[in-house]
Design a protein around this ligand. Structure first.
Ligand code: GLU
Length: 423
């Protein structure tokens, strides 16, 4: 099938797309013009430019952002990404999506995001540490357990969170573990946090399969991305009985209609440093992977992967958005017309921030839970949120994304209305 749909203006600007998604929900909820104006803008955006000393002794300037979209339901919450193509508009969109995500799973946070324009692969470990620490220092005006709590995102992980936690603590003069989540276990991290996003993807994929009458034991899956989200999703979906047939990372992908043994692939990657040339598979590009004949597609890389240009060729019956913003609004309409179900990012990848919430609670109480407890609580929250999203979508005969937005935006709108406008 070919697609003739022309992309709308600014179709790949994530911020315009985020506002468009919000507007669709605001229309149905009939928000007052005032409330709509409040919620469709970000509350604070901080742009910082800072020097980092390279190993050569030279100094290079970097640009970074921390954006708080909304703090009505609690402290701002959201990750930090290190990526050469990140931008203020991208970070604003990601911050808004965090607000809806936290509201949908009903945890007491607002939404934030941050980023540094850099290619971490081109930096040494010591340069990366200096960059992380200096960036943390630049944004300390916003960060803290009661105000704004960063976490990992694209190209950032537990080590970078440890450096950021240490920097904030050194500047405060005492340890502030609850200022950052996704930390290593040794310094107040939570059991289950590294696998939480992929676990959440798997939980909601199983819920969606149940509703659509897809038997996981018979279903094939393609996963785009093999970072924290993609690799854990592939592993846990494999464990849950799905046949994972395709996987990709930055360098391209691999495909086997008979299925890929994910534990063996993980071993292959830790030996060779790549997923390429895994026995029994053929190479595919990232683009081709999206269009493979599978039942379930899990985009778990970056934004704007499913667009008006390829949505007509997606063959999966179910898309579970492990990444933030992988489907543009134009593509959403095409998928909806074609009867393809999309479990939206704000639910599908909410496992990460949900366990971040558990981590923050544990840090504040200095009382730590076992992994079984964490995973049970996570499953309960995601299953309940899935049901609420599903019922809203059915009640209004709209997509799951719009159903999810109706739940989330209403919660933030109600909280805003009851708090009132200061002064
Ligand atoms: N970066 C993750 C997300 O996009 C996690 C955020 C967090 O744990 O605060 O949801």
């Amino acid at each position: 099938m070919t697609t003739a749909a022309a992309p709308s203006l600014g179709a790949e600007n994530p911020w315009l797309n985020a506002q468009r998604q919000f507007d669709n929900a605001a229309d149905i909820l009939e928000l007052t013009p005032g409330l709509r104006a409040v919620l469709r803008e970000v509350r604070r955006e901080l742009v910082v430019r800072f020097p980092v000393k390279l190993d050569t002794g030279d100094v290079r300037m970097f640009e970074g952002y921390r954006v708080q979209h909304n703090t009505t339901r609690g402290p701002a919450k959201g990750g930090l990404r290190f990526h050469p193509e990140t931008s203020l508009d991208e970070v604003k969109a990601l911050a808004m999506w965090m607000t809806w995500k936290c509201a949908l799973v009903n945890i007491p946070f607002g939404g934030a995001k941050g980023g540094v324009v850099c290619d971490p692969r081109a930096l040494s470990r010591r340069e990366l540490e200096r960059l992380s620490r200096r960036f943390a220092s630049e944004i300390t005006v916003l960060i803290g357990p009661e105000s704004d709590i960063p976490a990992p995102d694209v190209n950032t992980g537990a080590q970078i969170m440890a450096w950021i936690m240490d920097t904030i603590s050194m500047e405060a003069g005492y340890s502030v573990p609850a200022a950052v989540t996704g930390k290593p276990l040794d310094i107040g991290g939570s059991e289950g946090r590294p696998s939480a996003t992929g676990r959440g993807v798997t939980i909601v994929a199983l819920e969606a399969c149940g509703k659509l009458g897809i038997d996981p034991g018979e279903a094939t899956v393609a996963v785009q991305g093999f970072g924290n989200v993609g690799s854990v999703s592939a592993e846990l979906m494999h464990e849950a009985g799905f046949r994972v047939c395709a996987i990709s990372d930055l360098g391209g992908g691999i495909y086997s209609p008979d299925g890929i043994h994910i534990p063996a692939l993980l071993a292959h990657r830790s030996h060779t440093g790549t997923i390429e040339r895994f026995a029994g598979t053929t190479p595919v590009t990232n683009r081709e992977l999206l269009e493979l004949p599978v039942d379930v597609l899990v985009p778990a890389a970056l934004e704007n992967q499913i667009t008006a240009a390829n949505a007509g060729r997606i063959q999966a019956r179910l898309v579970v958005e492990g990444a933030n913003g992988p489907t543009t609004p134009d593509a959403d309409s095409i998928l909806e017309r074609r009867g393809i179900t999309v479990v939206p990012d704000i639910l599908a990848n909410a496992g990460g921030v949900t366990v971040s919430y558990f981590e923050w609670v544990q840090d504040l109480q200095s009382l730590f839970w076992e992994e079984g407890e964490i995973n049970r609580r996570l499953e309960r929250i995601l299953q309940r949120s899935f049901g609420q999203m599903w019922r809203q979508a059915q009640a209004h005969t709209v997509s799951l994304r719009l159903g999810a937005y109706l739940v989330a935006v209403k919660r933030v709108a109600d909280a805003t209305a009851v708090r009132g406008i200061y002064p």
